[in-house]
Design a protein around this ligand. Sequence first.
Ligand SMILES: Cc1cc2nc3c(=O)[nH]c(=O)nc-3n(C[C@H](O)[C@H](O)[C@H](O)COP(=O)(O)O)c2cc1C
Length: 324
Amino acid sequence: MTERFGTAALRDELPARLGYTLPAVVAPMFLVSSAAMVEAACKAGAVAAYPSLNARTSAGFNEVLDRLDRNLEGANGAGYAVNLVTHRSNPRFAEDLEICAAHRVPLIITALGSPAPAVDAVHAYGGLVFADVNSPRLARKAAAAGADGLILVCSGAGGHTGTMTPFAFVDEVRRFFDGPVIVAGGISSGAGIHGALALGADLAYMGTRFLAARESDAVAGFKQMVAECSFDDILCTDAITGALANKLRPSIVAAGIDPDSLQSGKAFDLSALEGSVNTWKDLWSAGHGLGAVTGSEPVGEIIATLKDEFAAATRRTRRWTAAA
Ligand SMILES: Cc1cc2nc3c(=O)[nH]c(=O)nc-3n(C[C@H](O)[C@H](O)[C@H](O)COP(=O)(O)O)c2cc1C
């Protein structure tokens, strides 16, 4: 018999435990997620994640959490999450984890490495650890390492992307995991959130839909490019960081690189452009769902729209559940 992981009861407890009224997480985005964005999303009823490395120092990160605790207290909104890079190349991991423990951050999202280094410390103060994974193999490893929930990064995601369709990925993971599952990749509408739940997930994970939001820290040119571009402008390549990522072609051109000259499968040598091109600062990333972004709206309005779309999608499918 296959070994099973995860706690089924946690799926039922999650909405009350995290206090969300829309089953969605505003995903962590390097150099984009701001304290204001997280605060606005939580107040509007969605969980929102802050990447600890978006604060330049651990002291600055501590100040962000102080602000979130202060401003969200009594707001009757959703809880916030922190995104920690667990890879050994992150020198701030231990210090930032301690800060999360001191603030009793309800949800820690681990990325670019195993959740194992975070699990004991987070469980000790009663928090949850969800691991970001992009294959069933990594999902099983993360579950075995003690992750309470899994974030399945599927094809079409902004930033580093997965390659698997969510239809197969959720099914695959449900064969061995009973705990909460979040789906990521190209979800930019309330219908998409509804679809993720229909697949057997508990929440949808959305980055691109919030890239150009008023509270986003993305530079003006990035926000404008996301609003003007469509799926046809996306290049999925591993030539930039060594891992597959969805990038906006016009940002690659603006950096003086010919997108069609990038060689898949081998590390792209940026040394000739050193000092002028920064992988994250200059080569902008967005997912397949960027068509939904047409301008810079306040986070609260985006979430209100998503709630309406989610309710409409629920009504559309009701005739089939009623007939069953
Ligand atoms: C500009 C950008 C920066 C990102 N930075 C991070 C990050 O720092 N940490 C992380 O775990 N994921 C990061 N991601 C991935 C998102 O958290 C999430 O998986 C993704 O946005 C979901 O797909 P979607 O953009 O199609 O909604 C980033 C995505 C984008 C678009």
